[in-house]
Design a protein around this ligand. Structure first.
Ligand SMILES: [Zn+2]
Length: 484
């Protein structure tokens, strides 16, 4: 990745004289030519068009004028794509439309049992709580302290979630950027069989507001997307899903100021030849503004992957309980982070909450709060779609996800609401047995375990639980069970 130092040199060498006084707050970007020309008329001293091609322009503009775009563009998103130098801005204009090469072999539908378990386990209340939690920062504007606090807190939340389910195959990292002080957050679930093949879902963690960036709750745009992908990931842990391919869940920094976080991450993956099989973008999922549930953005996305998403819905709609309807829509420019992946040649899709112009009218204002929707039902549908996508492309490793404890002289099973265990044939020393419900709450604890015995589970209602044996040598054995 580029160092901040070289970035500053590029800036100072290439800034035209008229912009010298705005050196600290002006930057390069690409945007629709029509927008650039209108801004030029209105603010001739604040934006310079440095190159044009077809219906696109490369510009050098002040930060102030970039905010004017939020109000002008008909679609959501920043209205421009940030570029770190004049050269980069001009070069990206010369790029012809990139065609991603999809690995169609990876797009099969075989995991009905797991997907249906996951969809049943998705909890609307969790999504609502998470949206409210993010809204309560007041702002997550990329330069604010609370933006980085929200990134730090999300890292902790994801780590806690993984450890609740004893997932030693999960790690969470903060990613620093050159073009924004805000950090992105990335959770990695290591693939067991093809760890070098990546399946990615993401949304942006930052927010913005035309009424002042200290008042930018960003509930739908895009706390909803972050809550959606978080709940989908939690569900995978709950059902004991162990991916064969590596899954990454990403909360991008600074999308609202030109896709900055995702652009750096996607470029970094390209530079390092990371094999990304598919990317799903979840930006605004909780406003039910149109006749259908989901609208697939047609431009700057991969048509093969879009088709696969639609096949997933057709397939899982037949199971009855999780019907999702869909259609297509267009953005007319790189309106969210999927465009960062698409421009590096990675297959990306962007399922969106509503049709063109029917999306949440409160975004980018202080009124983008959870109360506008009042329920997380719409986002729940996207969490289901997200789990269909992750499970079917990453595929479950059955040998890992059904750990039977009979091996090596110990066993552990549940039948007729009685938990039976026997460790007498092993050298294991068990400290205690804990049991958790689907929300990670501890519902049972037995200490001073002897070498064999039965524990009645009659007091527990039916549902999915995780049983954990904590050994004296710090190891843990976990098993997911379903109580009838
Ligand atoms: Zn957004």
């Amino acid at each position: 990745m580029k160092k901040l130092f070289s970035l500053l040199i590029i800036y100072s060498l290439s800034i035209p004289l008229t912009f010298a006084q705005q050196e600290t707050s002006s930057f390069y970007a690409t945007m629709a030519l029509i927008d650039a020309e209108e801004l030029q008329k209105e603010y001739p001293n604040e934006i310079e068009i440095i190159a044009k091609r077809r219906n696109e322009a490369a510009v050098f503009m002040s930060e102030e004028v970039s905010h004017k775009l939020h109000g002008r563009v008909l679609v959501h998103g920043p209205g421009f794509i940030y570029k770190s130098s004049e050269t980069e801005a001009k070069q990206s204009l010369q790029k012809d439309d990139i065609k991603a090469v999809s690995n169609k072999m990876a797009f099969t539908i075989t995991e009905d049992t797991m997907v249906n378990q996951a969809m049943n386990a998705i909890d609307t209340q969790n999504i609502e709580n998470h949206i409210t939690e993010l809204e309560n920062y007041g702002t997550r504007y990329h330069t604010s302290n609370s933006a980085n606090q929200s990134a730090q807190d999300l890292k902790t939340k994801w780590e806690t979630m993984a450890s609740t389910y004893n997932r030693t195959d999960v790690s969470v990292r903060l990613v620093s950027h050159n073009s924004t002080p805000m950090k992105s957050v990335v959770m990695t679930i290591q693939g067991s069989e093809f760890p070098d093949e990546f399946v990615i879902v993401g949304g942006h963690l930052d927010s913005t507001s035309s009424q002042g960036n200290n008042d930018a709750p960003g509930a739908d745009d895009d706390a909803s997307g972050i809550a959606t992908i978080t709940e989908a990931a939690r569900t995978l842990f709950e059902i004991g899903f162990q991916p064969k391919r590596t899954i990454e869940v990403m909360a991008y920094a600074a999308e609202e100021v030109g896709l900055r976080g995702s652009a750096e991450i996607a470029a970094d993956y390209k530079t390092n030849n990371v094999n990304v099989i598919a990317v799903g973008q979840f930006d605004m999922t909780n406003y039910n503004g149109s006749a259908n549930d989901v609208y697939f953005i047609d431009d700057n996305t991969d048509s093969t992957l879009n088709d696969f998403f639609k096949q997933l819905m057709d397939h899982y709609n037949t199971s009855g309980n999780h019907q999702l309807t869909y259609s297509t829509a267009v953005c007319n420019y790189g309106c969210s982070d999927h465009a960062s992946w698409n421009s590096q040649g990675y297959p990306a899709s962007f399922p969106f909450e509503a049709n063109f112009s029917q999306y949440n009218p409160n975004i980018h204002t202080r009124n983008d709060t959870f109360s506008i929707s009042g329920t997380a039902e719409h986002a729940t549908k996207f969490a289901k779609l997200c789990s269909e996508f992750l499970i079917e492309i990453a595929k479950n490793d059955a040998t890992l996800s059904t750990p039977e404890f009979e091996e090596e002289g110990y066993y552990f099973y549940v039948k007729n609401k009685i938990l039976t265990y026997n460790i007498s044939q092993t050298s294991m020393e068990v400290e205690n047995i804990n049991m958790y419900d689907i929300n990670g709450r501890k519902v049972l604890q037995k200490k001073n375990i002897i070498s064999s015995g039965n524990i009645s589970l009659n007091s527990l209602s039916s549902g999915i639980y995780v049983i954990t044996l904590s050994l004296k040598d710090q190891r843990q054995l976990s098993k997911k069970i379903i109580l009838d």
